[in-house]
Structure formats: C-alpha cells, structure tokens
Design a protein around this ligand. Structure first.
Ligand SMILES: [Ca+2]
Ligand SMILES: [Ca+2]
Ligand SMILES: [Ca+2]
Length: 228
C-alpha cells in the first residue's frame, strides 16, 4: 500500500511537470490628486523566455471626493450634464504594453461621476462668484467610482519581460471634467482624489528542477515513514 502511495505521489509530481502552470503576480499601487505620474517598478520574469506562457496586465482606477459647481449666469434656462472624475493611462519605455491587436492595454481609462442639472436663468448672483445655490446653480459632490480591466500582452513582446532586472510602468492620472453645454455657465471645481493598482501576471511553466525536487521530497518522506 505504501509503495502504491509513493508511486502515485511521483506520478502526480511528474504530471504536474507536464501540465501545470504557475502564476507570478505583482500588484503595485498609486495614489494622489491628479494630475500626477507614478513610476511603478516591476520585476522581470527571471527565467527562460520559453517558459513564459503569458503576460497579463490588469488595472484599477478609483476616484473619490471632489466637487463640480455649475452656475448659470445667462438669461435663459439651461439643461447641462456634468462628467467629472479622473483618467488613467500607463506608459513604459522599457516594455511594450500592447495587446494582441496592438492596442494599448491601459489607455484613457476613466472613472467619473455624472449628473444632470436643470438650471433656471440667472437669479441674483453675478460673474465669478460660482454660486451653487438654486434654482440657477448646482453642485456635483463626487462619490467613489471604480473602473477596472486588463488584457494579455502581445506575445511578440514577451522577451522584454524576461531577465534578471526590473522595468518601469508609469501610471499617469489626470483630472477630467466636462459640461454638455457651457454657454453662459461658470464652473468651479475641487479636484477628485485618485488611487489604483497595476498588476502584472506571468503564467510560467514550473521549473523542472522544482517539480522533480518536490517529487523526490515526497519519495524521501515515504521512505522515512517505511523505515520508522
Ligand atoms: Ca447665476
Ligand atoms: Ca455667477
Ligand atoms: Ca444661484
């Protein structure tokens, strides 16, 4: 029975050698008040390029807070929609961040708050006072919003991710704010804060030596048990 168990363990180790994949995941964070750039330092896959089966890049962008005031100072009522938040782009001069269609994986990712205001014609206030009171004014108070996603890196660039060193991916976040209609409307903003992550996941073939060693370790354990 013990011999059968030992053989089963070795077979499991060897089949693992043939079929299993190992995932190496690195997640780095950024945060601040846009506009800002955050250089993030990732480790390359320190192995053989032939063992690198996939490189996936994931991202998330979360915004919070901020305020966008609209104040109609014209003589006509206005219906305006505000989009207010932040955007994320990622660039690197070390590695290529293009997917299989050669599109950038992290490009113009936006997290926004949207709100529509029906503003009456100006009531009482003047220019450059950015008055949020109604019926001619309003304010969008920012809430937490998250966008996330990811894609696989084009395999023709995998070799850039292999070696003993590191590479930098720069997360760039910028404020975005727009009005659907802005004639005669003055606006004032308090910026949103932004934070997020960039994750790089390597799918690799487990190193043969590791799989064989774990098989041998199981064998050694079984042998020791038999002697005891
Ligand atoms: Ca006004
Ligand atoms: Ca005003
Ligand atoms: Ca007002």
């Amino acid at each position: 029975m013990k011999t059968i168990a030992t053989i089963a363990a070795i077979c499991a180790a060897l089949s693992g050698l043939a079929h299993s994949q190992t995932f190496i995941t690195q997640t780095l964070n950024f945060s601040g008040v846009p506009d800002f750039s955050a250089p993030l330092l990732f480790n390359k896959y320190n192995g053989n390029v032939a063992d690198l089966l996939n490189v996936e890049v994931q991202y998330s962008l979360t915004i919070d807070g901020g305020r966008f005031i609209v104040d109609n100072d014209s003589n006509t009522a206005a219906n305006v929609t505000v989009n207010f938040g932040a955007e994320l782009d990622a660039t690197s001069s070390d590695v290529n961040l293009l997917n299989s269609s050669f599109n950038p994986i992290i490009n113009d990712v936006s997290s926004v708050n949207s709100q529509t205001f029906n503003l009456a014609a100006n009531v009482g206030d003047g220019l450059n006072d950015y008055d949020p009171t109604g019926p001619d004014g309003g304010a969008l108070n920012g809430t937490t919003q998250t966008s996330s996603g990811g894609d696989d890196v084009n395999s023709m660039f995998f070799s850039q991710y292999v070696g003993p060193g590191t590479y930098t991916i720069t997360a760039k976040s910028s404020q975005i704010g727009s009005l659907s209609f802005n004639s005669g409307i003055e606006t004032a903003t308090t910026p949103v804060t932004a934070n997020g992550t960039i994750t790089v996941i390597y799918t690799v073939v487990p190193e043969p030596s590791t799989a064989i060693l774990s098989g041998l370790a199981v064998l050694g354990l079984a042998t020791r048990r038999r002697r005891a």
